[in-house]
Write a protein that binds this ligand. Structure first.
Ligand SMILES: NC(=O)C1=CN([C@@H]2O[C@H](COP(=O)(O)OP(=O)(O)OC[C@H]3O[C@@H](n4cnc5c(N)ncnc54)[C@H](O)[C@@H]3O)[C@@H](O)[C@H]2O)[C@@H](O)CC1
Ligand SMILES: Nc1ncnc2c1ncn2[C@@H]1O[C@H](COP(=O)(O)OP(=O)(O)O)[C@@H](O)[C@H]1O
Ligand SMILES: [K+]
Length: 504
């Protein structure tokens, strides 16, 4: 597991290391600068003419130290203070002094014409780091525009200037980096979009900042690593039969929407579930029987509460909502399922759409066993927050939502985030744009339900499900490129994506 701190959490860890462990701030800066220099060399960037743009905070201090190190080695380096000299931190002021007699050129002000006329091959962005606290405007915005228009390679120290380390959002404008060396932990804003794409190739470097404050703070987000996921994989025993791997009831598909039922059940079987029963509209029977003969198909013409209870009693796990429609029968089925079931339950798509108009269905329900899987629009409906509002700080919005309803929630997007009360918010790092296709979400609901059926907890099933889903997308993208993925292939490949044990 790796921590993904926000700006405040990272600053707390920095201060703790300096004040409690007595590692001087300048020593950390020296290590940070050295790490950047080493990575820049490894990347084989053209170092003929280097420009380091430094702010007045400690990110700028890192920049001046980098300039000094390159100058010592005889490189042609210009270090420009783009911040106000009077506002320099003591460390940054010290670094400016240290630059004297190293051979580096020092400019106390940024001059656009001079900057544009120099044939820089590398621009090092040390303008703002985790201390960025408001929109970038005025001359800073102009400088960042100049940097983005330059033909030079751009490398950012800690985080591209203008990206919010907490949300990944662009605050006004931001450096579009080719490379980023982030200090110690990867900030959460570097993995969330759009921060991720502004960072380019991003590596983190351990400089000895301790993680204890991050561990203590339950609000520090995290991501799991390959070995963590491998440990979550459901076990397959020699002495077993289909009953060992769970009975899953999928209440999915309405008239003309059999695809969702097919995709979810295929994904569930492919990821290990022993027995899947689909409860769907009568019109879907023939097609589903021929598409997926392995599934038990039970159909409804109208609402039948006794049959619904019988099916839920049969199941170990319920998944409801994909392609369900939002008509009266669907509403009644959802309402009764939520009220009646005491089993783990995945609620997806139309299940969430119906719920958004009837959040009262959750009153008295066994919410702690529910997993919601909304995409952004569905989350807007169930949370009542506009997408733009959610995007301002999606982690905070998600955390508030799960606390209010006591559910596990998988907020799907190009970077999916997963939350549950009393757990750290997790950000999934697998997946790719090939997956941006209709039906991908139905497959995810099937995979998560499958892991529940095989005995994983709601939290484990959500984490592993999202990861394996993304990994299946990556495998397909590798095999057939970024365009042709079909949701059914995602379901087919989900089992293959589970062969992670031997790699870790
Ligand atoms: N000793 C330390 O504390 C260490 C700090 N490190 C570096 O220091 C950085 C954090 O340093 P700081 O906390 O000094 O912060 P920054 O250097 O990120 O920037 C803060 C400065 O920018 C100003 N500012 C913020 N937003 C602005 C905006 N939109 N427009 C104009 N000015 C703005 C602030 O008023 C402040 O003067 C890290 O990102 C990292 O690069 C690393 O060297 C590791 C050790
Ligand atoms: N650009 C992308 N990068 C990574 N994953 C993506 C991307 N676009 C979509 N996905 C994933 O594909 C799935 C789409 O789900 P959803 O929008 O519910 O699809 P549908 O309703 O068509 O089944 C989500 O799991 C999402 O995370
Ligand atoms: K920076």
């Amino acid at each position: 597991m790796r921590y993904l701190p926000d700006a405040k959490q990272m600053k707390t860890a920095d201060s703790f290391t300096i004040n409690e462990l007595k590692i001087p701030s300048l020593e950390l800066m020296e290590r940070a600068a050295r790490a950047c220099v080493n990575h820049i060399k490894d990347w084989k960037i053209n170092l003929n003419k280097i420009c380091v743009l430094c702010g007045s905070g400690n990110n700028g201090g890192d920049g001046f130290a980098i300039a000094r190190m390159f100058a010592w080695e005889g490189y042609d380096v210009t270090a420009v203070l783009v911040g106000n000299r009077d506002h320099c931190t003591p460390e940054t002021a010290h670094q400016i002094e240290q630059l004297k007699n190293t051979g580096a050129q020092f400019k106390e002000q940024f001059e656009q014409e001079a900057f544009e006329s120099e044939p820089y091959t590398l621009i090092i962005d040390a303008i703002f780091g985790v201390g960025l606290c408001r929109e970038v405007g005025g001359r800073y915005a102009q400088i960042i525009e100049c940097v983005n228009q330059s033909d030079a390679v751009r490398m950012s120290v800690d985080i591209p200037s203008g990206i919010c380390a907490t949300t990944g959002n662009v605050l006004g404008t931001a450096v579009r980096a080719d490379y980023t060396v982030t200090i110690q932990e990867t900030k959460v804003g570097l993995v969330l979009d759009p921060g991720r794409s502004y960072a380019g190739i991003c590596v983190s470097e351990d400089i000895g900042i301790v993680s204890l404050p991050l561990e203590r703070d339950e609000e520090t987000a995290c991501t799991l690593e390959g070995s963590d996921y491998a440990a979550l994989l459901p076990k397959r025993n020699a002495d077993s039969n289909k009953g060992t791997y769970g009975k899953l009831l999928m209440i999915t598909g309405s008239k003309g929407m059999s695809g969702a039922a097919y995709l979810g059940s295929l994904a569930a079987y492919r990821t290990g579930t022993g027995l899947v029963q689909i409860y769907t509209a009568k019109e879907n029977r023939v097609i589903l029987q021929s598409q997926i003969p392995e599934a038990i198909i039970t159909t409804y013409e109208k609402y039948d509460v006794n049959e619904l209870h019988r099916l839920i009693d049969w199941a170990d796990v319920v998944a409801i909502g994909s392609g369900l429609g939002t008509k009266k029968t669907a509403r009644k089925i959802l309402k009764e399922t939520l009220a009646y079931t005491k089993k783990p339950c995945v609620i997806d798509a139309d299940g969430l759409n119906i719920l958004s108009e009837h959040m009262d269905y959750l009153c008295g329900a066994d919410c702690e066993h529910f997993i919601f899987t909304p995409h952004m629009k569905e989350f807007e409906r169930i949370s009542g927050l506009k997408i733009a509002e959610v995007k301002k700080d999606r982690i905070a919005a998600l955390r508030t939502f799960v606390k209010e309803y006591d559910v596990t929630c998988v907020l799907k997007d190009s970077r999916t985030t997963i939350a549950k009360p009393r757990e750290r918010v997790a950000v999934n790092l697998s997946g790719c744009a090939a997956m941006a296709k209709a039906g991908s979400g139905d497959v995810l609901a099937g995979i998560i339900a499958s892991y529940l059926a095989q005995g994983l907890s709601e939290w484990e099933a959500a984490l592993l499900g999202v990861y394996i889903h993304g990994r299946a997308g990556e495998i397909i993208e590798k095999e057939q490129g970024a365009y042709s993925l079909l949701a059914r292939e995602l379901a087919q490949k989900a089992g293959t994506a589970m062969t992670i044990q031997e790699e870790n």
